[in-house]
Write a protein that binds this ligand. Sequence first.
Ligand SMILES: [Fe+2]
Length: 370
Amino acid sequence: MSEEIDHRSAFQSRYAINEKRFGIVREVRTELPVIDVGALVEDRSLDAKQAVADEIRDALINSGFFYMTNYGVTEDEMLEVRDWSLRFFHLSREAKEPARCTDIMGPRGWHPVGDEKITPGYEGDYKEYYDFGLNLQDADVPEIERGPTFWPDEDALPGFRAHIEAYIDRMRGIGEKLMRGFALSLGLEETYFDKSHAKPFFNMRPSWYPPAKDKLHDKLWSCGPHTDYMTLTMLYQDHVGGLEVMNLDGQWIPAPPIPGTQVVNIGDMMASWTNDLYTSNPHRVRNLTNDERISLATFMGPDFKTSVECLDVCKSADNPPRYKPITCGEHVLNVMAGAMPEDVGRNARAAMSNADVTDQFRSADRIGAN
Ligand SMILES: [Fe+2]
C-alpha cells in the first residue's frame, strides 16, 4: 500500500512502511487501538494470553501505542491516586521541599516546573513531577536504579506515602504481566523477560500540568516531544487530555483520555531488543485548557546487569542489529545527564558511559523535535 510514502524524517525511515527485512507491511493508523489485557493480568490460559499478545504485536508494529483496558485497577481507584497526587502538588513550596530531588543520581523525589528539559534545544517542560522508585536493597546496584525516594513529612500529608506505595506495587505487578505478553508477542517463552525485569529499573511518576496555554509555544511544552527510554510505559491520564503521538505517516495524532484505560507504549530498550520491529514513537503533551492536568506514568525497564541487545528472533544475515548494546541504567543516566539542570544533573554527567549508543536513539529528528 503505502510504499510510496515519502520518508520525510529519520523516524519514518527507521520504521519504514514496507519492512522487507522483517517481511511486513506496516499500516498507518490515525487512532490508537484498545486492547483488553485481562487474560494477561489474570494469568488465564496460554491460548487466551497468546490472543492478547497477537493484538499487542499488531499495535506495537503499527502504532507503538495502545490503550489497555481491564488491566486490574478501576477508574475510581485511579481517581483516588490522582487526588492524592493533586494534594501533594497543591502543598506549599515549603512543604514540598523535603521531597525535592537534588541529585538525579541519588534519591528520587519532587521536581519543580522547568527541572526536566526532555527535548534538547527546548525550554524545560511546564510541569511539576514526582519520581518514585522501588528502593531495592542491592548494595552493588547504583542508587539511580535502586530507587530510594524522598517523601514529604508525614504530618504534611498523612496517608500519602502508604497510598502511593500500594499503587506502585500494583503497577509493578501489572507491568510484569504485560512483559509476559510482550514475550509471547515475539514468539518467545512467556517468561523470557522475567529475569531481566525481576528487579527492574522502575519509576512511577505523577506529573502536574498547571493551566499554561498563554505561556506555551513552539519550544515550551507541558512535556516536549520525546521517545521513552525503558522497555514499557503505562500512563493514566485524567479527563483533561493533551497527549499526542506521532504515527507512521509522521503526523501527530491525539491520544485522548478514555476512562477505564491506561495508555501503553514502548521505549528505546524495546526498540533495541526488537531491532525496530516495534516502534518507539515520539509523543508530546500540551495542556491548552484552563484546567490543571494530572498524569500518572509507570516506567519499567531491565536491571543494570542486563545488556540490552537485539533478540535472536529479530535479526538475520540480511537484518543485522541496528543498535549497539547498552544497559537501561546507562541509557537513562545518559539521557538524564542532558535533561537535568546544572546542579541536579552534575553527578550524572560525571558518570556517563556508552553515550554514543544513547545518541543513536536521541537525534532531534527521531524524537520528533523538528
Ligand atoms: Fe513519554
